[in-house]
Ligand binder design. Structure first.
Ligand code: CUA
Length: 228
């Protein structure tokens, strides 16, 4: 979960988010190197005497300052494409969950077992426990097993929403009339929070997502007891 003055990405809870964090750091280092080089060159322009009134062209320097940025871009583009295709992969999921965006709440369906369906509303401040997380907790949380590949099917009933959980590296649009799919794998137990990230109207900020990640034997017990 995001906490005070955290300017970095949240701690990852899935292998894909870990890869996204690595890619972020990799790209940030490249940006820092470029900024430092350009900043140094601009600063030295104040004091150096590198001027030539008659200079009109320079083939060598132009080849260098065209090829070098092109190579730099390849070092960003190739890892980016690798991630893009990794994120798109649905690797033989053991559970499918459906998530439907409404103005302004999410509803969920687990149609793998007994057609479980429920709405998930944000807990209002006056109903929140003292140690609760304001604007992030919901009345009915999504409970899912850790260490299992989970597929989510995402859609909406009214306007565009976006089902987004930063620590899992999931961000997928909920679009009326379309069914989007993505998947994730939670590598630790805990509570993972997310929020809608498509501007969807007045209460856009108040339709959070809460996932309870639990060991799979506990999840199986939960499903077993659901029938009674
Ligand atoms: Cu739903 Cu913003």
């Amino acid at each position: 979960m995001a906490t005070w003055s955290n300017l970095n990405l949240q701690d990852s809870a899935s292998p894909l988010m870990e890869q996204l964090a690595f890619f972020h750091d990799h790209t940030l280092l490249i940006i820092i190197m470029i900024t430092m080089l350009v900043g140094y060159l601009m600063a030295t322009l104040f004091s150096n005497k590198f001027t030539n009134r008659l200079l009109l062209e320079g083939q060598t320097i132009e080849i260098i300052w065209t090829i070098l940025p092109a190579i730099t871009l390849v070092f960003i583009a190739l890892p980016s494409l690798r991630l893009l295709y990794l994120l798109d992969e649905i690797s033989d999921p053991s559970i499918t969950m459906k998530s439907i965006g409404h103005q302004w709440y999410w509803s969920y369906e687990y149609s793998d077992f007994f057609n479980v369906e429920f709405d998930s509303y944000m807990t209002p401040y006056h109903e929140m426990p003292k140690n609760g997380f304001r604007l992030l907790d919901v009345d009915n949380r999504i409970v899912l097993p850790m260490l299992s590949q989970i597929r989510i099917l995402v859609t909406a009933t009214d306007v565009l929403h976006s089902w987004t959980v930063p620590s899992l590296g999931v961000k997928i649009d909920a679009t009326p009339g379309r069914l989007n799919q993505t998947s994730f794998f939670m590598n630790r137990p805990g509570l993972f929070y997310g929020q809608c990230s498509e501007i969807c109207g007045a209460n856009h900020s108040f339709m959070p997502i809460t996932i309870e990640s639990i060991p799979s034997n506990m999840f199986i017990n939960l499903i077993k007891n659901m029938n009674n």
